[in-house]
Design a protein around this ligand. Sequence first.
Ligand code: SF4
Length: 174
Amino acid sequence: MRMKIAGIKTDSIVDGPGVRLSIYVQGCSHRCIGCHNPETHDPMGGSDISIEQLLAIIAGSSSIDGVTLSGGEPFEQAAAVAALAEAIKRWGFDLVLFSGYTFEQLLTKSMADSNTCSLLHSGSILVDGPFIMAEQDYNLPYRGSRNQRLIDLPRSLKSGSAVKWSARWSCTVG
Ligand code: SF4
C-alpha cells in the first residue's frame, strides 16, 4: 500500500511528547487561514511512498520516543495511514495523530468508515481541530490555536467523549 507525504522530520520536539519521528501527510481540504504548512494542501503534490519504506525509516530511528502523523490531513488518506499506524502500534511506538477534524467529527466518521476507526484506535494522543487565527497562541504545547485540544485517545474512545490528555509525571526514590 502507498501514500502521499509532504515530508519527514527526524528528532522533532514540537509534535508531541519527547523526541519524535514526524511524518507529514500530503493533502488537506480544511484550508485553514494562516496554516503554517500550505504546501501540504494539494493532494496531487508531495511524494509517493510505500508503507514498507516508511516502516523501514521508523525501524532505523532507534533514539525516538514515538512517531507523529501530521499533515496535511492524515484522515484524508485513512486506509493507508491506518495500515501504517497499526504497524507502528504493533511495534510498541507511542503514536500522536494530528487532524483538522474534531474528535467528535472523527468519531461520527468512524461509525461508517473502519479505517478511521482503526486509525483512532492506534493513537495515544489526538491533536484535533482546525487552526483558527483568532485563537492563535504561541505558548501552547504542540498546537497553534486555543480551540485545538490534546485528546487522550484510549480513554476518550472508551468513554465515548473527549478526555483531555495531560502529561503524567512520575519519580522514584532511592
Ligand atoms: S488542518 Fe492543519 S494542515 Fe490542514 S489547513 Fe488546517 S492547519 Fe493546515
